[in-house]
Design a binder for this molecule. Structure first.
Ligand code: SF4
Length: 481
């Protein structure tokens, strides 16, 4: 509960009180993450074998806590999923089941030893939610064994970290107090949709419907959780109110740079009017024609990667011939992880066949990956800087120049607003990682073909966005001239 609380206060309430029937079914990607995480945990735990484990009837926590305490009193070296239970305020009960309790030398109520908690997580970074959970286990242990461990240990994907308890105990206390307050309330905390933290949450469908029903400001791109309270203080709780605010007042209240508040106001205007609004700069359209070049041949490029395998398995390139409107899709694919290098050189050979063509892509990832692969495998004589100079990030061009009535500037939202539809409605980057894993496991080409169709559609969508922007910008460029 603490783990989810650190990400979203509302989730604490929903997880405890809302009807579980309202939850979304888990996505394939979420299931894959859960499996990968279980494998990672198994890997780490195997290093500590043999493990003692308390035996008790399922969900009988009291019995679990007694069995764990017995193992601790006996001085078991390593206890797996021990149950730590102590009393919280007002008759509440605190419970934690750390992945491991590892015996240490030193005095405690148990004897000449005490225990330290080890928590295994699948992430790469030492996130605050991991540290909070690890600190909670240390806190309960201190109550049970009469002495604090010096640290709580975290095993992450590539590294082990020690949590600084001195720093985290006050944060834990604050979090526990706040959790008590949320749980005592009759209503869940206000909804706030934030792509990062909500995207894998099972309550997203429920919360999104709630946000939609009240036209919640969090659906407006640029309205972030830290900015939201200031907007509420200014009485800007509707898109229309935000669309009409003076930018100097907003800049001052947010303590931000002028162009950021201006961007927020343009966004509110686009959403309130349901139309595209140019982000004019001193009367000029902010990008020039050479920044969105239209040439005889243009390339549209999209990569598929499997971050869990540290692998780039597909370079998809759509070649557009503006002379005859012909579009040809090339899939340079690593059918096995060992073929990453081969796919890379095929990609280089293809882009070098069109040395003057701009390479359109969406967001910086493609350019960053090309630079990285060039360092990793070499470039076969291709001047990588010259190649990267041909890259055009169409996402950046869009956000720099126009506000659109969309909830996000992700490719899906933009291209759909411009009338483009993907052949597979549910396809997305996370899903494609699962399809590739399925292909490797089963050898069934249907999975591979689905990835190719999805990647080609992403390239086509990128083309649609570029085409739309050039048409939209045309009248402004004419008047600029
Ligand atoms: S969908 Fe978002 S707002 Fe709703 S509970 Fe989950 S994280 Fe919180």
């Amino acid at each position: 509960m603490l783990f989810q609380y650190r990400r979203c206060r509302r989730r604490t309430y929903l997880d405890n009180y809302a009807d579980p029937e309202l939850k979304d079914p888990p996505s394939d990607y979420f299931v894959k993450l859960r499996q990968d995480s279980a494998e990672h945990r198994q890997d780490i735990l195997s290093q500590f074998a043999p493990l003692s484990r308390p035996t008790y009837e399922h969900h009988n926590w009291e019995a679990g806590a007694d069995a764990t305490y017995r193992l601790m009193r006996e001085g078991a070296d390593t206890i797996h999923r021990g149950v730590l239970v102590t009393e919280g305020p007002d008759g509440t009960c605190y419970r934690s089941e750390p992945d491991l309790l590892v015996k240490q030398a030193g005095n405690s109520w148990l004897g000449s030893w005490y225990y330290k908690p080890y928590t295994v997580k699948f992430g790469k970074k030492q996130k605050p939610e991991y540290q909070l959970v690890a600190t909670f286990s240390a806190y309960l242990l201190a109550e049970i064994q009469g002495v604090w461990p010096d640290t709580a240990e975290l095993f992450l994907k590539n590294k082990q970290y020690s949590v600084n308890l001195e720093r985290y105990v006050p944060k834990l206390q604050e979090a526990l107090d706040d959790c008590h307050e949320i749980m005592a309330s009759d209503e869940p905390p206000e909804v706030f949709i934030s792509r990062n933290r909500c995207s894998l949450c099972p309550w997203l469908g429920h919360c999104y419907a709630k946000a939609k029903s009240v036209n919640h400001l969090s659906l407006l791109p640029g309205v972030t959780l830290p900015r939201y309270p200031t907007l509420v203080d200014l009485g800007l709780t509707t898109v229309e109110a935000l669309a009409d605010i003076d930018s100097a007042i907003l800049t001052d209240a947010l303590g931000t740079e002028h162009h950021i508040s201006e961007k927020l106001i343009y966004q509110a205007q686009a959403t309130a009017r349901g139309t595209a609004v140019p982000r004019m700069h001193s009367g000029y359209f902010p990008i020039e024609p050479h920044q969105v070049p239209t040439t005889d041949i243009e390339l549209y490029f999209d990569i598929e990667a499997a971050p869990d395998k540290d692998l780039i398995y597909l370079h998809g390139v759509l070649v557009v011939n503006n002379n005859n409107q012909e579009k040809t899709f090339h899939a340079l694919i690593a059918e096995a992880p060992e073929e990453e290098e081969k796919a890379w050189f095929e990609f280089l050979a293809l882009v070098e066949r069109y040395p003057d063509a701009p390479v359109y892509h969406f967001c910086p990832y493609e350019a960053q990956t090309v630079a990285r692969l060039g360092q990793l495998y070499g470039t076969d004589g291709v001047d990588i800087n010259k190649l990267l100079n041909r890259f055009v990030d169409i996402h950046k061009r869009i956000v720099d120049s126009v506000a659109l009535p969309v909830e996000s500037y992700a490719l899906k939202h933009l291209a759909r607003w411009m009338g483009f539809e993907w052949r597979d409605e549910d396809a997305n980057g996370a899903q494609s990682i699962c399809w590739y894993a399925d292909w490797l496991e089963t050898g069934d080409r249907t999975h591979l073909n689905t990835i190719l169709r999805y990647n080609e559609d992403d390239c086509q969508a990128t083309y649609r966005v570029k085409d739309w922007l050039v048409k939209f910008a045309q009248p402004f460029w004419q008047s600029n001239a």
